[in-house]
Structures are given as C-alpha cells and as structure tokens.
Design a protein around this ligand. Structure first.
Ligand code: HEC
Length: 254
C-alpha cells in the first residue's frame, strides 16, 4: 500500500512542479494574442491622421458633409453592404483595377473617417469604394446629374439598368399629387416606372442622404502607400507620356 501511495504522491508532485511552466505558457499565449490583435494594430493605425497629398493640397480624407454622414447610416441600415464592397484590391489580387473600380487600391487611410467601416465581403453588385469618381462625377458641375441618377436607380434599379437584380427602395420615396407645378426634385421617370398622371415621386430625406453618401465615395487621390496607376503627373520619365504639350522643338538640322 505504501508503495502505491508514494507513486500517487510522486505523480502529484510532478504536476505541481509543472504548474509555473503551465502558467507562463498560458500567460505567453494570452499576451501574444493581445499584442497581435489589439496593441500592434493600434500602434500601426491608431495614431493615423489625415494627410495632405500633393495632388490636391487638401487634407485627406476630408470629413463627410453632414448629409452624407446621415447617408452612411441609411446605407448601413438598408444593408447595402450585404451586396456591395468598398474595397479595391491591389494588382495581382483580382481584377478590381482592370474593371476600373478604382484608380488605385484602397488602403487604411481611406477609411479613417468611417465608423464603422463598411467594407462588405460579398459582391453581388459592383464595388462602390469609388462610385462617384468612377462614374465621372467627381466634377462639381456634374454632381446634380450623379445625384439624380442615383435617386432614380434607388427608386427602381431597372429604370436605370435594364435587368438589374438590385432590389428597389421605393419606401425611401414619396408619391404625391401634383398641386400646381411639379417639384423641382421629382424623379424623371419614363414608361412603366412613371407614376400615373397628376402624381410625382419625390425623394424622402433618407434617399437624399443616401445619394449624398454615394457622392462622397471617392477614394482615388494618390497616396504615397498607394499611388494612382498611372501616376497623375507630368514628370514621368520620357516625353511621350507628358500630357502638357512640349514647346515646339526647333526645326531639326539636316
Ligand atoms: C441584393 C443585392 C443588392 C443590394 C442589397 C443592393 N444592391 Fe446595389 N447593385 C446590385 C447589383 C446587382 C448592381 C448592378 C446592376 C445595377 O446597376 O443595377 C447594383 C448596382 C448599384 C450601383 C451602381 C454601381 C455601378 O457601378 O453602376 C449603386 C450606386 C448601388 N448599387 C447602390 C446600392 C445602395 C446604395 C444599396 C442600398 C440601399 C444597394 N445598392 C443595395 C445589387 C445590390
């Protein structure tokens, strides 16, 4: 009996002795994951602030105007990010740049003002990281056209894109009787999408905010960590790519 007893005691003693090692191992595992998941990203991105790219000379990213900020909430509550990503993958990781979804890949800097960041992970529809610039409406004069197109598309995607599978959001709009003159912001709808005579479709504030948000989606300014391809500069090596016409060269001597 005594022999058996001492055997048990020996076993217990071994476990007791490895206790500090176990403790250190568990502590190390916890500490390293805490470092990797919390501290390291915090050090890497937590202190990021706006930058002033040479291309624009303005702080980037600029804060969203109030209406666009409200639109971000509508985007989130309608779940637009279940079908649309806001992430342009780098070259060699898909065809995003080839599809013209961005002038460059998107980087952490682009999302500095977003809270929460609505990256999305499924692409039933096209990426929207750059929708405003992509549709050529970065130009201030054309912004009302962009907004009108987006509103019409939200009211009924097929009124803009034939056979679109994007759901319609008619509840973001109001159908009302026209008294006197039609509203300036009534949607220009044709054919089957137009309301009956004497009625008009006008956007509710949520729809207006959502369109303003879409207009604010343009992560296309050249950044040091993600230069625009091709770079928007005139100082490219070789005169062939120079977009400013070179002064007339003196006639070649013969
Ligand atoms: C069920 C998936 C789905 C949902 C949800 C969805 N979309 Fe779409 N979206 C699409 C598809 C598919 C297209 C491409 C066809 C088209 O242009 O209508 C598209 C196109 C677009 C476009 C035009 C993009 C381009 O490159 O021409 C915009 C802008 C857009 N969606 C915004 C939104 C917004 C804002 C919401 C939320 C209110 C939303 N979408 C919700 C599927 C979806």
């Amino acid at each position: 009996m005594g022999g058996v007893g001492s055997g048990w005691e020996d076993g217990g003693g071994e476990i007791m002795n490895s206790g500090p090692f176990l403790f250190c191992g568990i502590l190390l595992a916890l500490a390293s994951s805490w470092w990797g998941v919390i501290v390291a990203p915090r050090l890497q991105f937590g202190l990021s602030s706006t930058v002033v790219p040479a291309e624009t000379g303005q702080h980037y990213p600029a804060g969203r105007p109030g209406l666009a900020q409200q639109g971000a909430e509508v985007y989130r509550s309608e779940g637009c990010n279940t079908c649309h990503s806001q992430l342009v993958r780098p070259e060699g990781f898909g065809f995003d740049l080839a599809l013209g979804w961005g002038r460059r890949r998107t980087v952490a800097q682009d999302y500095l003002r977003d809270n929460p960041v609505m990256l999305g992970s499924v692409r039933v529809g096209p990426d929207l990281a750059n929708i405003a610039t992509r549709m050529g409406f970065g130009d201030t004069n054309l912004q009302p056209v962009f907004v009108a197109t987006q509103l019409k598309h939200l009211y009924h995607p097929r009124a803009v894109t034939a056979r679109s599978v994007m759901p319609a959001y008619p509840y973001l709009f109001e159908k009302r009787a026209i008294h006197g003159r039609p509203s300036a912001d009534a949607l220009k709808l044709e054919g089957a999408f137009a309301p009956e005579a004497g009625f008009e479709i006008v956007p509710k504030p949520e729809a207006r905010a959502l369109a303003a948000y879409l207009l604010s989606l343009r992560s296309s300014v050249s950044l040091p960590e993600a230069p625009v391809i091709p770079p928007p500069t005139n100082q490219v090596a070789g005169a062939k790519t120079n977009s400013i016409p070179a002064p007339a060269a003196p006639a070649a001597k013969k």
